[in-house]
Ligand binder design. Structure first.
Ligand code: BES
Ligand code: ZN
Ligand code: ZN
Length: 496
C-alpha cells in the first residue's frame, strides 16, 4: 500500500472511499460540509452505532468527489489508543477491499485522544497496510492483487515527521507481509531448512549478516537441549543468527531470541489431535524476531541488533527424546526432560546461552511457550516476565504505542525452586503443576546472567488468529515485531 499526505481537504479528494472513525456515535471528522451531513444522516437512519470494529460502507452517489464513505467504530471508551485506531482502520480497509475499493483517504487532523498526529498517522497507516494482507500462496485460482493507496487529507501538525512515519510504515509492511507469508506456511513446507534459506535471502537483500548452525555445529557447541527437541524428527535443528551492525559502533547490541518450532506435535508426550494443526504456528516467536530484523534492516536504527532463531521440529519419531531423559545444556546445567511437549524452553535455553556471548545491552525472547498463558490472559495480551523492571516497563510502553498489549507476571523464588530437578539441576516442567507461564519463565531465567537485562514475552495467545476478525484474516499476527521495532527506534530518541 502506498501512503501520501495531501493538503486538500477530505471533501475534495477523488478517491474510492474515505475512512471515518466513529467514537461514541459521533463521527470524528473536522470537515463540517456535505460529508459531515451525509455521515450524520447515515448514522441516524441505520443501525450503525459505532461499536468497536463495526463497519458501514455507503456510496456518496455523486454528491462528493469521494465515491464511498466507510464508517468504522472505535467504541465509546474514552481511553482508546493506537491499538483501537489500528484495528478499526484495518477493519475499514478490509471491508473496502471486499467491495473492490482501492484508493482510500482519511483525515490526518482527526480528534485523537492524546495520540500525537505522528502516532495517529502511524497507527492508521499500519492498520491500513495490514488490512490488505491476504495469504493466498496455496490458492490455485489467485486474483491479481490490486494496487492500493491511502492519502492523509487536510492540515497536519508536523508534515515532515508524518512523511517519515509513512515511509517507515511502508517498510514495516514490506517486512510484515514477507514474514507473514513464511509464518503461515505449514510444517511440511516451512521446515527448519526452509526457514534458514528464507532468513539468508532476506539478509542478502537487506544487508544483514546471517549465519546458520547446522546439526554437527550444534553438537560441537553442546546445544544438547535444542538437539533433544529435534531428535524425533527427520528435520535437523538449526540456530540462525541475523546481525544488524547499527550506526553506533560503540553501543552494545540488543539480542532478540525467538522460539521457532516448525511444528509442535508434543513429541512422545503427544498432544491430543483436536486443534493440533495450529501448532504450525509454534514458530511465531522466531517469525516476530525475523520480521523485526527485516524492519530493522530497512529502517536502520542506531543501535546494533542481533536476532537469533532457535529452530526445530518436535516429533515422536524413533530417535525421539523420552520423558525422563537427561541432557546437558550448552550452559552446562543438566535438565530432566519430564514432558517432551515443554520443548520451547529447551530450544530457547541453548539460544539464550549463545545470546549471552554477544555481550548484550539486553536480551528479549519471544515464544509461543505455554497454553497456561492463554488461561491467564486469553487472546488479548501477551505475558512479559524478566529480571529488570526498567526493561519490562520500556517494552510494555512500546507495546502500548505499537498496539500490542503486554501484561507482567512475577518471577519469585518459589517459582525458581519449583523448576529445580530431582536427579538433574533443572526439570523442564514445574513440580507443582501450577503457574505454567511463570515456571517456564523461571526455567529460562537460569540461563541468563543476572547482570544482563532480560525479558521473556509469551505470545501463546496472540501469535495467530484462528477465526476471521473484522481487522484480520485467520493466520499469523506477528505479534511482538511491532513492539520490538518501536522499542529499538525509541532507544535512538531516548539517547539523543
Ligand atoms: N507450543 C506449546 C504452547 C502452546 C499451546 C502455544 C497452545 C499456543 C497454544 C508448548 O510447547 C507446550 O506444549 N507447552 C505445554 C507445557 C506443559 C507441558 C508444561 C503446555 O502449555 O501445555
Ligand atoms: Zn509443546
Ligand atoms: Zn511448543
Amino acid at each position: 500500500m502506498k501512503f501520501s499526505l495531501s493538503n486538500r481537504p477530505l471533501d475534495q479528494q477523488t478517491k474510492d472511499a474515505c475512512i471515518v472513525f466513529v467514537h461514541n456515535k459521533k463521527a470524528l471528522i473536522q470537515n463540517d460540509g456535505l460529508l459531515a451531513e451525509l455521515i450524520a444522516q447515515q448514522i441516524k437512519s441505520s443501525r450503525f452505532n459505532g461499536e468497536f470494529a463495526q463497519i458501514q460502507v455507503f456510496p456518496t452517489l455523486g454528491k462528493s468527489p469521494v465515491k464511498n464513505i466507510i464508517l468504522t467504530g472505535i467504541g465509546n471508551c474514552d481511553c482508546f489508543q493506537a491499538e483501537t485506531i489500528e484495528r478499526a482502520t484495518a477493519a475499514a480497509v478490509r471491508s473496502g477491499r471486499k467491495a473492490n475499493l482501492c484508493s482510500f483517504v482519511a483525515e490526518s487532523g482527526t480528534v485523537r485522544n492524546g495520540l500525537s498526529c505522528v502516532k495517529f498517522v502511524h497507527a492508521v497507516a499500519r492498520g491500513a497496510a495490514w488490512g490488505t494482507y491476504h495469504f493466498n500462496t496455496f490458492k490455485t485460482q489467485k486474483k491479481q492483487a490490486a494496487a492500493t493507496s491511502l492519502t492523509f487529507a487536510g492540515p497536519c501538525d508536523d508534515s515532515t515527521a508524518c512523511r517519515a512515519e509513512l515511509t517507515a510504515a511502508e517498510h514495516e509492511a514490506t517486512a510484515l507481509f514477507s514474514t507473514a507469508n513464511l509464518a503461515n506456511l505449514p510444517g511440511n513446507i516451512a521446515t527448519p531448512q526452509h526457514i534458514a534459506d528464507h532468513a539468508q535471502k532476506i539478509a542478502q537483500e537487506t544487508g544483514l549478516s546471517c549465519s546458520v548452525l547446522d546439526k554437527p555445529q550444534l553438537q560441537k557447541q553442546n546445544c544438547n537441549a535444542l538437539l533433544a527437541v529435534a531428535a524425533g524428527s527427520d528435520q535437523d535443528a538449526k540456530i540462525i543468527t541475523l546481525k544488524y551492525e547499527g550506526t553506533d559502533k560503540d553501543a552494545k547490541p540488543v539480542v532478540l531470541v525467538g522460539k521457532t518450532i516448525t511444528f509442535d506435535s508434543g513429541g512422545i508426550s503427544l498432544k491430543p489431535g483436536k486443534g493440533m494443526s495450529w501448532m504450525l504456528y509454534d514458530k511465531c516467536g522466531g517469525m516476530a524476531v525475523l520480521a523485526a530484523m527485516h524492519m530493522i534492516a530497512l529502517l536502520k536504527p542506531k543501535n546494533p541488533v542481533v536476532g537469533i532463531l532457535t529452530v526445530a521440529e518436535n516429533m515422536p519419531g524413533g530417535g525421539a527424546t523420552r520423558p525422563g531423559d537427561i541432557v546437558t545444556s550448552r550452559s552446562g546445567q543438566t535438565i530432566e526432560i519430564l514432558n517432551t511437549d515443554a520443548e520451547g524452553r529447551l530450544a530457547l535455553c541453548d539460544a539464550l546461552d549463545l545470546a549471552r556471548e554477544h555481550n548484550p545491552a539486553a536480551i528479549v525472547d519471544l515464544a509461543t511457550l505455554t497454553g497456561a498463558c492463554i488461561v491467564a490472559l486469553g487472546h488479548t495480551a501477551s505475558a512479559i516476565l524478566g529480571n529488570d523492571a526498567k526493561l519490562t516497563e520500556a517494552l510494555i510502553q512500546s507495546g502500548n504505542r505499537a498496539g500490542e498489549r503486554l501484561w507482567e507476571l512475577p518471577l519469585w523464588k518459589e517459582h525458581m525452586d519449583d523448576i529445580k530437578g530431582t536427579f538433574a539441576d533443572l526439570q523442564n516442567i514445574g513440580k507443582s503443576g501450577t503457574a505454567g507461564t511463570i515456571t517456564a519463565g523461571a526455567f529460562l531465567k537460569y540461563f541468563v546472567p543476572d547482570n544482563i537485562p532480560w525479558a521473556h514475552i509469551d505470545i501463546a495467545g496472540t501469535a495467530w488468529e484462528e477465526a476471521p476478525k473484522a481487522w484480520a484474516e485467520p493466520g499469523a499476527t506477528l505479534f511482538g515485531a511491532r513492539t520490538l521495532i518501536e522499542w529499538i527506534q525509541n532507544m535512538d530518541t531516548a539517547a539523543e
